[in-house]
Unconditional design. Structure first.
Length: 321
DNA sequence: CTGAGCCCCTGGGCGC
DNA sequence: TGCGCCCAGGGGCTCA
């Protein structure tokens, strides 16, 4: 069963990153962890509802992660962008009209939003009845923007555009994996330069942006690379480069992993959840070779891989010694 | 500087 | 049946 007291979305709300999903192995409920595809899905859903609107006022619950958004009041939302797992709402000067000219203008502030593990960002006509509501951004339209976050790992912050001193990860974010900036040769060089397990490099956000635990496991499986490998060959890094693009693009097309909703007492699986090859599939047969999927712990995270398709490197990481 | 590991936080699952 | 421990994880932080 999903959390009984977790607020159900009302009709008209959009994009829920936090939903209940049936674990394929044990029937366990797991959270939808917002990674790049989930955040991008939310961005696309919210964009037509918030861009061009003015922020009338804001409210935040107490806590170090939700303060400092009151400077957003009085500003128009010029654009809603995404960087890695962060949402960036570009805000205009106080009092300026959200005209098409203003929308194309230069932002005066940025509202930075990170959903953490359980954050939900959605628009609604009225304040949702939730014990985990952390922030309200009232707009000059029929709907307001709400941030709900059960586990309090999310973050809201208003900064001057591009000034991310308080956000170390965002300040040092690597290239967007689905953009031309994500260069295969640079990616290979970065992997070779690090002595950390390849999965830890993917999760680090500095070499490539937006990769979380699910898509790290999926991409490494697709590329046939052991997640604990500390050295990758050029062919391997090229496969991983392509696998990351493929996995993320497919997940976006499916509106992200774990987007099932709890309705009328029934659980429905998310669109991309059923496409997962290794994540949360411990002891189930590998879709490629039918070997049982293994689960271990790498970089402090649960890590799933096929021990047959993703063999650990012997010495140099290149099968040819 | 870099990698490893802990911590934050909450609720579901499960062991005793 | 009920209590309480353990787990999940993104990113910030500390320590070696």
């Amino acid at each position: 069963m999903p959390p009984a007291n977790y607020p159900r979305l009302r009709v008209g709300e959009v994009a829920t990153p936090k939903v209940a999903v049936r674990g394929a192995a044990g029937g366990a409920i797991m959270d939808a962890m917002p990674e790049l595809p989930e955040v991008e899905t939310i961005r696309r859903d919210l964009e037509p509802h918030v861009v061009g609107r003015r922020i009338v006022r804001t409210w935040c619950s107490d806590g170090p992660r939700y303060g400092d958004i009151h400077d957003a009041a009085g500003r128009a939302i010029l654009a809603l962008r995404r960087r890695g797992k962060y949402l960036l709402a570009e805000l205009g000067e106080v009092g300026t009209v959200a005209s098409p000219d203003a929308v194309s203008g230069i932002a005066a502030r940025e509202l930075v939003i990170h959903l953490g593990m359980s954050g939900r960002l959605f628009t609604a006509a009225s304040r949702p009845d939730s014990p985990h509501l952390r922030a309200v951004i009232e707009l000059d339209g029929p709907e307001h923007l709400y941030f709900d976050d059960m586990r309090k790992f999310g973050q809201l912050l208003v900064v001057r555009p591009g000034e991310y001193e308080a956000l170390e990860t965002l300040a040092h974010m690597g290239p967007e994996p689905l953009s031309a900036d994500f260069d295969a040769e640079n990616f290979h060089r970065a992997l070779v330069a690090s002595r950390a397990p390849v999965k830890a490099v993917l999760l680090g956000q500095r070499v490539v942006a937006g990769i979380g635990n699910i898509y790290a496991d999926e991409a490494l499986f697709l590329a046939g690379i052991h997640p604990g490998s500390r050295s990758v060959s050029r062919p391997q890094s090229r496969r991983l480069h392509a696998a990351l693009k493929q996995v993320l693009a497919e997940a976006i097309a499916n509106r992200g992993t774990s987007f099932s909703l709890y309705r009328d007492g029934h659980l429905r699986e998310g669109n991309h959840y059923r496409e997962l090859k290794v994540y949360d599939r411990e002891d189930q047969p590998c879709p490629r070779c039918h070997t049982a999927i293994c689960k271990t712990r790498i970089a402090g995270r649960g890590t799933h891989f096929c021990p047959s398709c993703q063999k650990p490197p012997r010495s140099t990481g290149n099968g040819r010694g």
